[in-house]
Design a protein around this ligand. Sequence first.
Ligand code: FAD
Length: 478
Amino acid sequence: MSDLILFWHRRDLRISDHTGLAAAREKSAKIVGVFCLDPQILASDDIAPVRVKYMIGCLQSLQERYQQAGSQLLILQNDPVIAIPKLATALKAKAVFWNWDVEPYSQTRDLAVIEALKTQGIEFLNDNWDQLLHSPTEIFSGAKTPYTVYTPFWKNWITKSKAKPVETLANLENLTAEEQEISQLTGTINLPSAADLGFIWDAELIISPGELVAQEKLDNFAKSAINEYQEQRNFPAIDGTSQLSAALKFGVIGMRTIWQTTIEALANGNSEEVNASIQTWQKELAWREFYQHAMYHFPELAKGAYRDTFKTFPWQNNEKYFQAWCEGKTGYPIVDAAMRQLNETGWMHNRCRMIVASFLTKDLIINPQWGEKYFMQKLIDGDLSANNGGWQWSASSGMDPQPLRIFNPASQTQKFDAEAEYIRQWIPELRYVSPEYLVTGKIPLLDYYGTNYQQPIVDHKQQQALFKQLYQQQKVIG
Ligand SMILES: Cc1cc2nc3c(=O)[nH]c(=O)nc-3n(C[C@H](O)[C@H](O)[C@H](O)COP(=O)(O)OP(=O)(O)OC[C@H]3O[C@@H](n4cnc5c(N)ncnc54)[C@H](O)[C@@H]3O)c2cc1C
């Protein structure tokens, strides 16, 4: 009989193209998966019910995938620092394997698990960076320091050779009947629903869970939309992007598989435009890695502004404005449409994420951390590194060298939603207002009476002048 290896899944809910599982499979055929519902994570105040529902769906699919491979995925609901070593000890596991993560909480927790395993004499392997093409310990500047600017990071990152997808887990041995009983006595449970955990999301998921769905999504994207990505990705009324962010957040698809798809697409690309489009998409994948590396090297990013000027910025933090922003009732149609898309579906188009983040910070002069947290409370793909990176970029508080980027909601709409299709989709009360008013945001007074739509809560021109003034003062103080 083979030695038992427990594989602890966290943000890698699949069995295909999985480097940690492949490493475990080289050692033994007896691999049993385990996922621990961590009460500390579930109790934090930035969890989106839609994200939990998606995750539970992915766990269900992972259970099926394990069964097909001949084994199973066990579920625990307890502090992993206690529960994982306890289960491994009870089952006399030879080793516990998992993939390493960049987030500060994960790293502290994992070190505690390692200590507990060591005291039990159980082996562990945790140095796989499955969710990245290149680990944060691989990419450094000429001065051997981590990059703080994206473009030089990309130039270096793209030159590094990338691993091929690894084989899907198969032909496994399962626990014996006796071991099954022991695992139950040690606290394994049936997979609960999101509602059982107290997270209610009644609407249909905008993105179906599971690795087979994610693979299909990738295949469909690679068949057509990737070829026009550069052109189409900025228009929120068009399905021009992959919508793979939730799958990537939970590791429902492997990064090597995604990369390989882009290489094949480039090989089949029949024009310079098509190849430029594919490379633009590759650059987005590199943004994801850049922000994860940044979080690993500068964990203080999770706590607030990176730039000194913004560490003590006099944010006005008007609660009524914040509420209006959250509810999509600012009177700025593009901002409101985007916030309503987020509230109703748990997803928002990237262009709109940038617009609403700029609006919250530069027009409403509200601390970006408020917006960052609200996004985490709503997004199906909410991810600490990407979300923090996006907010710091938009607020000008991050590592980006171009500090004052202020989006004008009207000109953004004219460029990216010129027919106001997106606005009319998400703001039903504006459906019958002429697009020419919606794109400028200058809606005739008469239309407000007919629609009940909110008049603008602030004046963009005035607010951007105020923001610039505060910024200049702050620079002098700083
Ligand atoms: C304020 C703000 C907050 C954001 N919060 C998140 C978040 O919580 N989770 C998240 O995954 N993305 C976040 N993003 C990045 C981006 O908006 C989403 O990744 C993208 O909209 C997801 O759609 P897609 O999968 O169709 O992307 P595509 O355009 O198809 O891109 C492919 C993949 O590349 C990655 N990616 C693309 N753009 C970025 C980016 N700017 N930064 C990091 N990774 C990127 C994502 O994993 C994405 O799935 C945020 C952006 C901003 C401006």
